[in-house]
Ligand binder design. Structure first.
Ligand code: HEM
Length: 491
């Protein structure tokens, strides 16, 4: 009650307890807890989590008011001990909106994730996709079960680690599995509520063992990255630096900037390690879990799968594997992706921090409040979406045919919005569309438990797992049954 008395015009919220505030009302699935509380206290709600003021917003109108009209007020991000430690306090994704953030935003949008670089890496993405499809075809021939959760994580890790570091993080590479495993551990720990972060007198305690875990992850990550960077520095010393046509990965781009004495911002080795962690974690789990949710929905909705197969067969034909350039001509596939993002936003809440006090709908939002725009909750609101719990891609052809994912339609913000919106959106949409299309084109999917008995279709379980990215709780295990075997080139 302390802060409610202090700020008389705070948005409504439940009565809070001393010290913990509303912490006791939250489950590990924070977006679900907020959803339930919002149904009682309204779409703009105030909570106190330990010593943090928190605002939860759950309508498209509020999302627009907070993230567009008051964009600069909510341009910072929340921090916690795990984020600060793991990102060497030098992150881009968690940096305040200032000169360092602006500089990296420019480098990443123009160079790493710009149109030209995405085009240059297209053959590598295609090669990775071919590896993946070849692997699945082999499993299909052998009638073997595939753990798709693991394989999709490997695929998206390979996509991103090839672009960042020029390495594959699976199979026969020099750093097998290291990057992939670390990335999932990092995104899990970033999303956990650590009592030591929110209750001041627990600051130096490690009641949940989270500090021990993030220190261990940090040591492993730092060792791995030190080795990758030192190896690259050796290669750069030996190489003649006059080849402008060479495709540079992100590490090379960052080392170039760090060696440029006239650069606007002087990048150190610590910055480089932090930035690599930022992009690897932001770009791996999000993509893998989106493809997995989409496939799980297709298995549970066979009529949607049939429609998608029909579209791909008509547009691409049966002579070749679908390619990135085809995906723009597959509107039903794009609707499936939007519908997946709607019901299962990989990042269920857009989380920002207020840099100053502001007024919304007559209520005071205190400076330093954490803002949670609950996209998961908006997706389940019958006032926003008809039959919100149903997976219906066709909804994007009827009333909602102009809605896209670019951050201007506040009922669907899978990549966030505005200046702090996701810089990896174009890359993510390329990877996701072509991978899902190829999985639909080449295979029928039998859920593992029924695959051998042929006892008909079972529903895939859609339970969530907590974290910053919300994947399915249980690994998706299927036997792929080939419906089309393309000629592929793998090396
Ligand atoms: C399906 C895939 C992805 C989804 C759903 C996704 C979603 C998001 C969301 C919701 C945000 C926060 C936006 C906001 O606050 O308004 C974000 C930020 C970010 N994403 Fe993504 N993302 C994906 C893929 C990627 C990829 C492939 C990369 C890079 C390779 C990436 C890099 C980042 C970075 C660096 C930020 C922080 C930006 C900033 O703070 O300014 N993301 N992403």
């Amino acid at each position: 009650m302390v802060s409610i008395k202090k700020h008389s015009k705070l948005p409504p919220g439940p009565v809070s307890l001393p010290i913990v505030g509303h912490l006791h009302l939250l489950s590990p699935f924070i977006h679900q807890s907020f959803h339930k509380l919002s149904s009682i206290y309204g779409p703009l709600m105030y909570l106190r989590i330990g010593s943090n003021d928190c605002i939860v917003a759950s309508t498209p109108e509020l999302a627009e008011e907070l993230l567009r009209t008051n964009e600069l007020t909510f341009s910072a991000r929340k921090h916690n001990a795990a984020i600060d430690h793991l990102t060497y306090n030098s992150s881009f994704a968690f940096a305040p909106y200032g000169p360092y953030w602006k500089f990296i935003k420019k480098v990443s949008t123009i160079e790493l994730l710009g149109h030209r670089t995405l085009g240059q890496f297209q053959p590598i993405r295609t090669q990775e996709l071919h590896h993946f499809i070849t692997f699945l075809l082999d499993k299909s021939k052998a009638l073997e079960t595939v753990n798709l959760t693991e394989e999709l994580l490997t695929l998206t890790s390979n996509f991103i680690s090839q672009m960042m570091l020029g390495i594959r993080c699976s199979g026969t590479g020099e750093h097998p599995d290291g990057v992939r495993t670390l990335v999932r551990e990092v995104s899990e720990i970033f999303g956990e509520f650590n009592v030591s972060d929110v209750i001041w007198f627990c600051k130096h305690l490690d009641l949940q063992g989270i500090r021990k875990r993030f220190e261990d992850i940090h040591t492993r990550y730092d060792t791995l990255l030190e080795k990758i960077i030192s190896d690259r520095e050796q290669v750069r010393k030996l190489k003649k630096r006059d080849n402008d046509d060479e495709v540079k990965d992100f590490l090379d781009m960052l080392l170039d900037v760090s060696e440029d004495a006239h650069s606007e911002v002087q990048l150190t080795r610590t910055h480089i390690k932090a930035l690599i962690l930022d992009f690897l974690t932001a770009g791996t789990d999000t993509g893998a879990s989106s493809i997995e949710w989409a496939l799980a929905e297709l298995i549970n909705n066979p009529e949607v799968l049939r429609e998608a197969q029909k579209e791909i067969d008509q547009v691409v034909g049966k002579d070749r594997l679908v390619q990135e350039f085809d995906t723009g001509r597959l509107p039903y596939l794009q609707a499936i992706i939007k519908e997946t993002f709607r019901l299962h936003p990989p990042i269920p809440m857009i989380i920002r921090k207020a840099v100053e006090e502001c007024k919304i709908n007559g209520y005071t939002i205190p400076a330093q409040s954490l803002l949670f725009v609950n996209m998961w909750s908006i997706a389940r609101d019958p006032k926003v979406w008809e039959d919100p719990l149903k997976f219906q891609p066709q909804r994007f052809f009827i009333d909602n045919n102009t809605i896209d994912v670019k951050g201007f339609h506040y009922q669907l913000l899978p990549f966030g919005t505005g200046r702090r919106g996701c810089p990896g959106m174009s890359l993510a949409m390329l990877e996701l569309s072509v991978t899902l299309a190829a999985m639909i084109q080449c295979f029928e999917w039998k859920v593992a438990e029924t695959a051998n008995t042929g006892s008909g279709s079972v529903c895939v379980d859609m339970t969530e797992r907590p974290g910053l990215v919300v994947p399915r709780a249980n690994d998706l295990k299927c036997v792929p049954v080939a419906r089309f075997t393309p000629t592929l080139f793998t090396s």
